[in-house]
Write a protein that binds this ligand. Sequence first.
Ligand code: NAP
Length: 398
Amino acid sequence: MSQPTKQHLIDPEICIRCYTCEMTCSIGAIEHDDTNVVVNPEICNFCMDCIPVCPTGSIDEWRVVRRSYSLDDQYGFSELPEQEDMTETGEDADTDMEAFDDAIAALLAEAHKGTGGKAKAPASAAKPTINLYNPGKPAGATVQGNYRLTDVDSDADVRHVILNFGSLPMPVLEGQSIGIIPPGTDDDGKPHLPRLYSISSPRDGERPNFNNLSLTVKREEKGVCSNYVCDLKKGDSVQVTGPFGATFLLPEDPRARLLLICTGTGSAPFRAFTMRRQRTLGANQGGMTMFFGARSPGNLPYFGPLKKVPQTLLHTHMVFSRIPGAPKEYVQDRMMVEQEAVADLLADPNTHIYICGLRGMEEGVEKSFTNIAADIGIEWQNLRDTMRGEGRYHVETY
Ligand code: NAP
């Protein structure tokens, strides 16, 4: 019987072909053709760098195999193969099946270990709809409004853009994203691929019970889609794909305590979480704590409205890195200042952690969690892996 090994695969049914994983892989193990994005089993070293950058979670698929699926096999997938039954003895009847089963279990566990295990939706989250619209069959939306969120004299142009879907179904949940297809073609003359944006409004609409949603978009210099979206005018038509995202979701359980950590436009999904809880629970309970980093108040999206949210609903810590005359402060620094409150959350099995925004903050936030957990006798990596396994730890950084 050939030795079983683990294999990294990509779910072709969920992958949106954004190629972020391929661009992230530093050893060239990921490639694509016109149909699928695939992982070369001869090259992949399970470094896990591609796992957190995938916007849909389609990257986080693993099988234990006796014979690896070849690139050709994977290009032919229209759906992922089931995990094959490894308990069959096959040609070698003398194999110690118990030892063999243990080896398989260990390989499967290891496959999900990496960055702390396979991302999971909170147990109580509602079931998300995904991939309802794609580039071949996009949804048409109409722009209802486009408002600047940052000060006119600030260096960041961040927009609140509202899209109306009219009678077209667009079922979304807090934490999901949609894709926007910029008009025109890329350098190769092909239509642009959709760019993903987190939805910043709750499931029942930017305006309750209207079929609309909002996005929080920062204009990036030379950004094809961000400039297109930031320049949209009321009444313009927009091509939309999605919704996407099946794990970075709000728990339905109203008693779940949420620790939200974000920078800049990474606050988008947390606006959706806050509005959902405000609409369903009212202002006097919420159980949410947020650490929100920006360069200055004029640069912090929703600064004015956020100051009006009752602290009982959302306890906010707004942290600024570039206030003239004041020391630079990042979210991870403020977490240390508030370490008692953070420790209290870490020790509570009802706590869910969400991190969204700049990729660079992850390292600092991890360090703060490590120090704060150690002070209360908890090993952070173990806790983080447990929380991830229970669908209570979520990271979306770019
Ligand atoms: P930004 O304005 O460039 O930065 C926000 C704040 O983060 C600034 O105060 C910045 O400080 C600080 N910062 C920089 N490096 C940091 C570090 N290592 N640790 C902690 N804080 C750090 O942010 P932005 O341009 O809005 O970007 C937000 C990011 O979120 C983008 O990359 C966007 O793609 C991503 N995003 C993700 C999602 C999602 O995951 N669903 C949704 C929306 C946006 P200094 O500049 O002073 O150093």
